[in-house]
Design a protein around this ligand. Structure first.
Ligand SMILES: [Fe+2]
Length: 873
């Protein structure tokens, strides 16, 4: 129905009725009113010509406004490679008109027809760097406000249109801005709405109603067919392209429908590139860095290392990755590595060869042996790269919820007696529970169903684990017990054992090995759940729904747009190279080919929209309780919990900014309920974006301004603060892989131990740890990948740093943004102060890396700080 109700913009270039010559402006009729218009035209034809002439005369007598210095800036792409136009060979093309523009009034004329200017050709004025075009228009004074500009790309190549600025009657003080930032396919016609004003659907000016509907219609697409690279269509699909059974039956993977495994659906045939709407594409610099590492550097590492299972013979060999580096085979492309990823690839002085040499992470610079220490192991649960797993023990004994007939006894071997012994009897377990002293990393129920499947994979092993901590009076955690479990199978009985910190050599080494297994579990959970699932994966439906249901002139579209930058593109990149069958994650993490199934299981069991809000997440994990007297309305269970402390500052700042913005556009709850686009957006997020969970009772309703603020704050927090906390610490904490190994390749020496194995362990326990670690090729691949994923691009956009053009155009919104910006600068100083406070022992102390992951701003590079607007890496 919709496609017949509005006028396609290209028709604006072809008058639907005789133009009125000489007026400098003409009118076309919206498609919905064309029947009436045709009737009227027939009537006009029957009338004498004087009537038409009178109309012409009347328009000719009107004074006109001159719109001059219309500045259009853009960037051309030549042959698919992003290059400024001045670098092309063709001098002629520099000065040919590239664009035709038509200005549209936001009002209709008395007959209900569109008011538009004649099409005007734009000529390039400046071709250095980005290209500037200029054109002038004359429009009648009763033209009304200019609400839209229609642009036709006259070139045979695509063009990136940055913005269009209209200066009226030479007055440069109040330009009319169209913040386009969009790719125009060759010969395509596009509509851009003025950035000066945003409109709720019910307040759309009459002249823009049809175009608003038409643009949304285009963004939704037909729902069928194969998408083309230049399209702007946003639509949903299931995860059915991760496997590649056409090339190898071993690469078949189950379809993950709404992230839940569906076994009766077939994989989609894999294509060379994954479609993303054209305007979601990376900038040149980002594309080059990622592509260079994944498509060139990592294959080069594979060539250099023939034995895929070769481990590190010693810790000295691990250190060599940071000192001598790994020689790379000579390739034509290697010289470009040094330019594109200079952190990773360096030239040797002895030869022309390149080496892959890693920068030593700050935690190793500060304390080379910190990764071995219990206090650092537990500190990282509060201030490391995965501070989202630690939770309060609220009930004891610890009990599994899995089926005991399949997985064995549900009760943990970590008993009250064991705990009281480990805490030296300073209190009973009941007292510890009462005083909220016991905390846990619980990777038991999630991992146990995968243990046997993973053990059947080559060169990998897995346990389920529970790690218990006791809270010291200094607000630091002491690890007191690790339980590792292998469930029963048809071939083997259940095996499980509790390890504790020990004062004898054998016990101390077993404790060290048990910690390594837990670090692997934490590493996998971090990557597959805290990072991929909860940020990258679950935010993408919001991006799609926003583009499909909210017009680009909608104030909430304009609020949310920067928080979705590059998310679809980085996710497409992940589907191409990271999470696909035999991709980097499968090759290097313990879950192997079951990695995405673990994500699915976590989505199924754990994910709830309402719990993605930071305060709700902290309360759910027992890490905070509501307290109206406390700052942010929450009292932390562990005062010195850096992620929560700093995260709540960021959360509250976002919440205030969103509340100010929402309050401006929605004066009453009725405005929220009556916003048809907004209501469709929220319905689609729930029913299409997260379809499998659409009937869950916990979805927030959207009836009031407070509902909207909560929903939007949650989405922005996940895209910015949550993602920054789990993304930009990846190299700083896992770059020295013994601290957070991605895979365990050897079981505990005491599991079904044979005499020879025990003897070998006794003789050289260090070898058992090295054998458990990733292979050389796995370690280097993960380190290189984490390095590039932890990198802030030079074109990074940080939370609250720069206002969008549309925000600047509205004084109330801009003032609110300025307050947001000021608050973030204050937060920067508060975090700096906390990191210098010696009483906060989880972020300040000898050899400790200060907690900077939620410091709002950063320089480019791997800095371990900075909160970008969006999930862009
Ligand atoms: Fe990320």
């Amino acid at each position: 129905m919709l496609k017949h109700a509005v006028l396609p913009p290209y028709l604006l270039f072809f008058p639907l009725h005789p133009s009125l010559p000489g007026a400098g402006a003409s009118s076309v009729v919206p498609f919905s009113q064309q029947r009436q218009w045709r009737r009227q035209r027939r009537q006009n034809n029957r009338d004498n010509n004087n009537k038409v002439r009178r109309a012409v005369s009347s328009l000719l007598e009107q004074p006109t406004i001159v719109i001059e210095s219309t500045r259009v800036t853009g960037l051309l792409t030549i042959g698919g490679v992003f290059e400024p136009m001045e670098t092309t060979q063709s001098g002629e093309s520099l000065y040919r008109p590239a664009l035709q523009l038509i200005l549209l009034s936001d009002d209709l004329d008395q007959r209900g027809w569109w008011k538009k200017t004649e099409a005007a050709l734009c000529y390039p004025k400046n071709v250095i760097g980005s290209i500037t075009y200029e054109v002038s228009f004359s429009v009648p004074v009763n033209f009304g406000e200019i609400g839209a500009v229609v642009v036709r790309n006259e070139l045979d190549t695509e063009l990136f249109l940055n913005d269009i600025v209209l200066t009226i009657d030479g007055d440069n003080s109040l330009p009319l801005l169209f913040d386009c930032k969009s790719w125009l396919h060759s010969t395509s016609v596009r509509v851009f709405f003025s950035s000066n004003k945003s409109y709720l659907p019910s307040k759309t000016p009459a002249g823009l109603v049809g175009l608003r509907q038409h643009e949304l219609h285009i963004m939704r697409g037909p729902g069928t067919g194969e998408r083309k690279k230049f399209e702007r269509i946003y639509d949903y699909d299931v995860y059915n392209d991760l496997g590649n059974p056409d090339s190898d039956p071993g690469l078949a993977r189950p379809v993950l429908e709404d992230l839940v495994v569906v076994s009766d659906r077939k994989s989609e045939q894999r294509s060379a590139t994954v479609y993303v709407p054209r305007d979601e594409g990376f900038s040149k610099v980002k594309q080059e860095t990622l592509g260079s590492v994944v498509h060139n550097l990592l294959p080069s590492v594979e060539t250099a290392l023939v034995d895929s299972q070769m481990g590190f013979p010693s810790f000295t060999a691990i250190d060599e990755l940071f000192n001598q580096g790994l020689p790379l085979p000579l390739q034509d492309t290697t010289h470009t590595f040094r330019t594109i990823v200079p952190r990773l690839v360096k030239a040797t002085t002895a030869s022309a060869k390149n080496v892959l040499r890693f920068e030593q992470p700050e935690m190793i610079d500060r304390d080379k042996f910190s990764w071995l220490k219990d206090e650092e192991f537990s500190r990282q649960t509060l201030a490391g790269f995965n501070p989202l797993s630690i939770q309060l023990v609220a009930e004891f004994p610890l009990v599994s919820k899995l089926d005991p007939s399949i997985y064995g006894s549900p009760e943990s071997l970590i008993t009250a007696e064991l705990i009281e012994r480990e805490i030296k009897g300073v209190m009973t377990v009941d007292e510890a529970l009462e005083q909220k002293k016991l905390f846990i990393l619980d990777y038991h129920d999630l991992l146990l169903p995968f243990v046997h499947k993973v053990r059947e994979l080559e060169d990998s092993t897995l346990y389920a684990s529970r790690t218990l901590f006791f809270l010291s009076p200094e607000s630091t955690l002491l690890p007191i017990a690790i339980e590792l479990t292998r469930p029963a199978s048809p071939k083997q009985p259940q095996w499980r054992q509790v390890f504790t910190p020990c004062w004898d050599a054998t016990g101390a080494w077993l404790w060290r090995l048990a910690k390594a297994h837990v670090a692997v579990h934490d590493s996998g959970y971090h990557q597959l759940v805290s990072h991929w699932l909860r940020t990258h994966c679950c935010v993408e439906p919001y991006v799609i729904a926003t583009n499909r249901q909210l017009s680009q002139m909608h104030p909430i579209y304009r609020l949310m747009h920067p928080y979705f930058r590059y998310t679809m593109e980085i996710n497409a990149f992940a589907r191409e190279t990271l999470i696909n069958a035999n991709g980097i994650i499968e090759q290097t993490f313990s879950l192997g080919k079951y990695s995405m199934e673990l994500s699915s299981a976590a989505y199924d069991k754990l994910w709830r929209f309402d719990m993605e809000a930071l305060p709700a997440d902290l309360i759910r994990r027992g890490m905070a309780v509501e307290d109206p007297e406390a700052e942010h309305g929450l009292r932390l269970t562990i005062d010195d919990y850096p992620y929560a402390q700093d995260g709540l500052l960021i959360w509250s700042a976002i919440e205030q900014w969103v509340a100010d913005y929402v309050g401006h556009y929605y004066p009453s709850p009725a405005d929220v309920a009556a916003d048809s686009e907004l209501q469709s957006w929220w319905t689609e997020v729930r029913t299409k974006g997260h379809a499998d969970k659409q009937h869950e009772p916990w979805w927030p309703s959207l009836n009031t301004q407070a509902d909207l603020v909560r929903i939007l704050t949650t989405i922005i927090w996940v895209a910015s603060g949550h993602h920054a906390a789990v993304n930009f610490g990846q190299y700083p904490f896992a770059g020295y892989f013994p601290n957070r190994p991605s895979i365990a390749r050897a079981k505990m020496p005491v599991e079904d131990a044979k005499e020879d194995d025990l003897a070998a362990f006794q003789k050289k326990p260090e070898a058992a740890l090295l054998r458990c670690f990733p292979s050389v090729i796995q370690a280097t691949k993960v380190m290189a990948t984490l390095d590039v994923l932890s990198d802030h691009s030079p074109d990074e956009e940080y939370l609250g740093k720069d206002a969008e053009a549309a925000w600047r155009k509205n004084p109330v919104v801009y003032a609110a943004f300025e307050r947001f910006n000021c608050r973030l600068r204050e937060i920067e100083a508060i975090i700096e102060g906390r990191n210098a406070d010696p009483t906060l022992k989880n972020r300040c102390g000898a050899g400790i890396v200060p907690y900077q992951l939620l410091r709002p701003f950063s320089e480019p590079g791997v800095t371990g700080m900075g909160v970008p607007n969006s999930i862009s890496i």
